[in-house]
Design a protein around this ligand. Structure first.
Ligand code: TRP
Length: 327
């Protein structure tokens, strides 16, 4: 039997090439080897206020981008978190075995709560809900970036605590990533990971950016005061452009060296822009087709929820039995 994978993305902001190269592309590559479930985690999104109409549109957009990027609904399940109520139901049961101190220690909670005037309880509960996403499907493999490693560690702690209180119930989600994706940095500031929420139009290349827009952003990317690519001495900005190209093309270091060594920065950027645009264009074409096919997307999401619902239901039933709950 194939091991089960779960991972999720929040339907907020604009998915960018960092999300693609760091996660989506990896998911597409592994989807045949696992029983994969990819969540659009809208309940996580509302831990901070979202404009309702915009959120609803983003959920569909995110699903369409998953498909356009190559997630194949025949192999993988795409599910909107709020359409399977067991995510939230299990989250409550897990909340009851989770010490508040564990949650207050989360670095993402500390960072996010600092930026809020009043801190919603959902922000504190965020990693418990994430734990529920994983455990409700008894997922053994959870491909996430470094920034979610602490949450994944917490998920294991919660699972372990539940198991030791109520008896073996949950599969322990593994921490090791099957295949690490690329870590793409901001074009305007190559010391910071490319982010969906960062301000500044030159920061990220959106998967929906028109070719001219993507090109312009790359041509303006931060480099350094040297004239040309010197592999002995790569500044973070130049390295980032090279890493983006390697990830899109599947090139190793030798090939990258052969392609880029000695290029003047203007020429490097043109070449990187060609690579990026040549990968975005077919994705955008598929995206437009998906969006223009009435009922297709909602059909995929409905089928996704139906496919995984029985797994979620049976986990929650087991948890209720273990805890002595009535239903
Ligand atoms: N918190 C994750 C992020 O922001 C998204 C997420 C929610 C997730 N639930 C998950 C990732 C379960 C992996 C597994 O990136």
């Amino acid at each position: 039997m194939k091991a089960r994978v779960f991972s999720g993305v929040q339907p907020t902001g604009n998915l960018h090439i960092g999300n693609y190269l760091g996660a989506l592309k990896n998911w597409v590559e592994i989807q045949g080897n696992y029983e994969s479930i990819f969540g659009i985690v809208d309940l996580h999104a509302v831990t901070v206020y979202q404009e309702p109409a915009e959120l609803r549109a983003k959920i569909l957009e995110t699903a369409a981008l998953f498909l356009a990027a190559g997630i194949d609904p025949k192999h993988s399940t795409i599910v909107v978190q709020s359409s399977v109520p067991e995510h939230a139901e299990l989250a409550w049961m897990l909340t009851c075995v989770t010490p508040v101190g564990w949650l207050e220690r989360m670095t993402q909670y500390k960072a996010k709560s600092q930026a809020q005037e009043t801190v919603g309880d959902g922000l504190l509960q965020y990693p418990v809900l994430m734990t529920a996403d994983i455990l409700v499907y008894q997922a053994a493999v959870v491909p996430v970036g470094e920034d979610q490693a602490q949450h994944l560690e917490l998920a294991r702690d919660i699972a372990q605590r539940f198991n030791s209180l109520y008896g073996e119930t949950f599969v322990m989600p593994g921490t090791s990533l099957p295949l690490a994706g690329a870590r793409v940095m901001g074009l305007d500031d190559p010391t910071k990971k490319m982010s969906k929420s960062a301000a500044g139009s030159g920061h990220a290349i959106g998967l929906s950016d028109a070719p001219e827009v993507a090109r312009k952003k790359i041509m303006r990317a931060t480099t350094d005061s040297q004239p040309a690519v010197d592999f002995e001495n790569l500044s973070p900005g130049v390295l980032n452009l090279i890493e983006i190209s390697k990830a899109f093309m599947g090139w190793g270091s030798q090939q990258a060296n052969a392609e880029f060594s000695g290029l003047r920065y203007g020429d490097l950027k043109k070449k990187v822009a060609d690579i990026v645009v040549s990968h975005l264009e077919p994705m955008q074409k598929r995206y437009a087709e998906i969006m223009n096919e009435p009922g297709y997307l909602t059909g995929v999401l409905k089928e996704g929820a139906e496919r995984v619902s029985p797994i979620a239901k049976s986990t929650v039933q087991l948890v209720k039995e273990r805890m002595g709950l009535y239903a």
